[in-house]
Design a protein around this ligand. Structure first.
Ligand SMILES: [Zn+2]
Length: 415
């Protein structure tokens, strides 16, 4: 083995290297000594310099050196106060290591950078640290709550829910904001979507920031909308257009299911088989269709003209939402669309028409500024992955830390 040596700076302030050695596990052990003199007395706060002796040796994990596990070993110094009556002693504090942490601050940050968009399991294996120690770094370095002082204005706020367990009516609400510079930030993770919970959260927003919330985007759910109307009187409520689209897409899809059921009876086996793949084709917008999907859709519509009508109406409504028009013009266009639906013999949109009437102002508010929580979509994908990643780790504080780390980790810990 080559014994050629390199010298690299330790990059830790106020320490002197006493010894560098490798142990039998080929780990690098660097013994260091603080060159700082004195500490603030833990009782009176006065700077004290009377040396009182050393504490026990502490060995902490540090950044790897050339892929080798590396530890720093030091004995904290203790000082005694000459002013306080009890003559209390105080252990020195070093900026690069928090007492009780098994890691240096730099190693904590290294672990967290590895944890961005990854699992604790991944990091545990790659870095050869215990599972709990990865979590420990997260607990030490990432707050479980938003720090309001980090923001000057919030702009657009989104309330979105994710189901924690598939098929369970068990939601947490993710509250995000899109700042003026386009950055998506996490404001909160709420344990449920009841109005009381949302109200309680909105009240934690400092008044100076509440005033900066221009728009709140959410789904058609009274828990959200009532809470927002009561607590954020100056914000515009917008029902997210993508939630609206889910509703009318589902409406058209109901007819598709009915028609396919009917066609299964009415058509020959071969003709019915030729409709294979029509479900996915039907769900897509025309521009996204591949040639073979276009064909299967044409065959389907040949057998089910009502379904073609539903498809066209669905797409016409989407086209209105795509247009850059005022709220007033949008209302006129959507009214005309409603009339076309009513004039058709279709029943599949009946429920949706009621929804549209119930939420008319909030849905058409979209056209005022074309705000939507599409920006949360990227986050939703992250959340899906995160859900798979930390199955069984669902408390809202932990979820907040994990999402926060995914969103901000590179900015905070890279470099
Ligand atoms: Zn003192």
């Amino acid at each position: 083995m080559s014994r050629a040596l390199v010298t690299v700076p330790l990059n830790i302030p106020d320490v002197r290297i006493v010894r560098t050695e490798t142990n039998k596990n080929d780990e690098l052990i660097i013994t260091i000594e603080s060159t700082k003199h004195g500490v603030a007395c833990r009782v009176c706060g006065q700077w004290i310099e009377k040396f009182h002796g050393h504490d026990a040796w502490v060995t902490v994990r540090h950044l790897p050196v050339f892929g080798r596990r590396t530890y720093l070993r030091y004995r904290p110094k203790r000082y005694q106060c000459q002013t306080c009556a009890e003559r209390p002693t105080t252990t020195e504090r070093v900026a690069w290591h928090e007492s009780n942490s098994p890691h240096t601050a730099a190693f904590d940050m290294h672990l967290l950078l590895q944890l961005v968009n990854a699992t604790v399991e991944d990091v545990r294996h790659k870095e050869q640290v215990a599972y709990d120690r990865v979590l420990g770094a997260l607990e030490r370095r990432i707050s479980a709550k938003v720090d309001w002082s980090a923001y000057r204005a919030l702009g657009l706020v989104g309330l979105d829910e994710i189901a924690l367990k598939k098929g369970h009516r068990d939601y947490v609400v993710i509250v995000t904001a899109r700042l003026a510079d386009g950055r998506l930030v996490l404001l909160g993770v709420l344990p449920d979507r009841t109005k009381a919970t949302v109200v309680a959260f909105l009240r934690t927003i400092p008044a100076r920031l509440q005033r900066t919330i221009r728009t709140v985007c959410c789904d058609m759910y009274e828990g959200y909308t009532e809470a927002v109307r009561e607590e954020l009187k100056t914000a515009r409520l917008v029902i997210d257009r993508f939630h609206v689209a889910e509703h009318y897409h589902a409406a058209a899809d109901t007819l598709r299911k009915q028609e396919l059921k009917r066609l299964k009876q009415a058509l020959s086996e071969a003709d019915y088989k030729a409709l294979k793949g029509s479900m996915w084709a039907f769900r897509k917008k025309p521009a996204d269709l591949k040639p073979e999907e276009r064909e299967v859709l044409a065959r389907l519509f040949g057998h089910a003209p009502y379904l073609e009508q539903a498809y066209e109406l669905r797409e016409q409504l989407t086209a209105i939402f795509e247009e850059h028009i005022s709220k007033t013009v949008a209302k006129i266009k959507i009214q005309a669309w409603i009339k076309r639906v009513k004039d058709s013999e279709l029943k599949c949109f009946d429920e949706f028409l009621k929804t549209l009437a119930n939420w008319w102002e909030d849905i058409t508010n979209y056209f005022v500024n074309r705000d939507n929580s599409g920006f949360v979509e990227g986050l939703n994908n992250k959340l899906k992955v995160l859900k798979r990643r930390c199955y069984g780790l669902f408390n809202v504080a932990h979820l907040f830390q994990r999402i926060y780390l995914d969103l901000e980790g590179y900015r905070l810990f890279a470099n």
